[in-house]
Structures are given as C-alpha cells and as structure tokens.
Design a binder for this molecule. Sequence first.
Ligand code: DNO
Length: 343
Amino acid sequence: MKLTFRWYGEGDVIPLRYIRQIPKMHGVVTAVYDVPVGEVWDEERIANLKWLCDKEELSMDVIESVPVHEDIKLGKPTRDKLIENYKETLRNLAKFGVKVVCYNFMPVFDWLRTDLYYEHPDGSTSLAYNHETLLKLDKYNLHLPGWDESYTNQELTSLLREYENVSHEQLFDNLCYFLNGIMPVCEETGISMAIHPDDPPWDMFGLPRIITGMESYDKLVAAVPSPRNGFTFCTGSLGAGKYKDLPEMARKYASRIFFAHLRQVKHTTPHDFYEIGHQTHQGDVDMFAIVKNLVDNGFDGYVRPDHGRNIFGEQATPGYGLYDRALGAAYLCGLFEAVEKTR
Ligand code: DNO
C-alpha cells in the first residue's frame, strides 16, 4: 500500500511540509485546478505541481480528478474532440510519472451533502446527509453546501433539461464510449483509470447515477475489460448505500482497485448518515475487514484517508482538515501493518 494525502495545490492552506511529516506518507493526490473542464492540461502546469511535490519528497503518482466534460456524459457530438483533449492530458500527465487518474461519471453534481458542520457531542464536526432536506431543495435554484456554484441558474436548468432524456443505460454506454476512447492511451502510457463511485450512490434530482455498488463494478469490467480500467474504492460513498458488501467488493476487486478512499460513515436511517473518524468502531464501515480483504487478495494500490472531522479547533475545509486525516492515516497504517505481518 502506498499512503497518500489529498492536497488542493498551491491554494491549499495545508502546507506540503506538514503532509510530509505524517509517518509513512508516500505522496499527495492533487490536480490542476485552473484549466476549464474539457481543455488540455499543459505540461507547464503539471511540471509546476510536480516540482512542488519533489521539493518535499512527496510523489505525485495519483491525480484526483481529471474531470469529465458533461458533453461526454451526455454523449453529444462534441464528445470526440473532448475525448481527444482528455487523451492529450493523460499523455502529458504520464510524462511526469502519473500512474493513476481518479475521475467520476456523475451527471452535473459531484458528492452531495446537506450539512458541512454536523456537530457531534464531543464538539467535533463533520459532513452529513439528510434525505428529506435534499428532497425539499429546488433543483433549478440550488445552493448546496460545499458545491462550487460554477453554473448560473440558467445554465444549470438547461443542463438538467438535457439529462431528462438520458437513461441509466445511455449514461453507462456513454461511459464505455469514453473509456474505449482513452484506453489505448492508458495502455501505451501505463496510466490506470480509477472511477470514483457516485456519492451518495443513488439517483439525485432525477439524474441517473450508475456506479453504486458491486453490480456496477461487475458490469463495467465486463464492458471494458482492459487492465487499465479500474476503481477508486471509496468506502464512504459506497458505504452510504444500502448494500453493505464492501469487504466482498474489496476481496473481489483488490487488483483492480488502484486507489482506495478509506473513510467512515454512520447511518441514522437507511438514507441519512453522517461522516465520522476512520476507525471501525466509529461507524458502519468495517475498516479492518476491508483492509484484510484488500491485502489478502493482492492489493498494491494507493490509499488515502478520506474526509475527516474538524477537530482540535481546526477551521478547515469541511472533510479536508489536517488533524483528523492525519489520525486516519496513522490508524490505517497500523491496520495495514498488522494485517500484512500476520498473513
Ligand atoms: C470528495 C471526493 C470527490 C472525488 C471525485 C472524484 O471529497 O471524494 O469529490 O474527488 O468524485 O472524481
């Protein structure tokens, strides 16, 4: 396992120096944030990020994310040009040693939460999701916590209308079209594509969501069998779903999981949950069983402690503070070490 930490580039308030101080830290997971979705990431920007990481002796093997343009998800005629651009970005990333690219195929929205500062009895806060609150929102006039409102209401409305005719099957076909388009470049450069599950893993605002659990994994691998096609196994996103077969997914797909986002969720009802510290006893995700099944089945990928709480008075970006993710990193290292040494 190679331990990593998400770092939001030069705009991140957490310095690389601090990340480096976390024991066993191999590298950071980062991205180019100032190129519009769909355009090529030029070598200069990538070189700059790599230089910053090199200075702190942190690897930059994993990129999260190279976002996929909505036209590709919608299957519009412009997709071919956009796929060419994506390929160019992958080639540029490979020149700087990138090995894994995380991406998602969620229409319009990425992860969704209704509360960024859910307060726990000990005074810590974390992200939370309440289904009823979400259902009450007006999808044409959205102000969601944490969602970067990059669309105007008008743009959002027309985008949502375009999706009205896109079924789950159509979206899945569009995903396969995209993957088949880029796989030759992945095979040539050695870059592995790791799809992030939908978060939470059910349809949102009438938009189809297709990477939701074991069945979607089976279906995607059957459709695009290239060894460069695989997963970002996010235990928080998948764990929010009602099918809790995470240890089984870890066992079955250990060698196709290129990247693992290990985090904890605790359900309060089947559709409502909050996030919490990483340890098994804190929530519903059996971290030990997952790590054990990954290790026992040959997992050799990257791991990052995902979303932590805000603790010790840290005023951090919700989910992305230093302290709780550092505690998570230490815990995960302990789990991996114990499992590896007792095999
Ligand atoms: C949230 C993250 C996601 C993830 C993207 C990957 O904290 O896990 O935003 O980066 O879905 O494309």
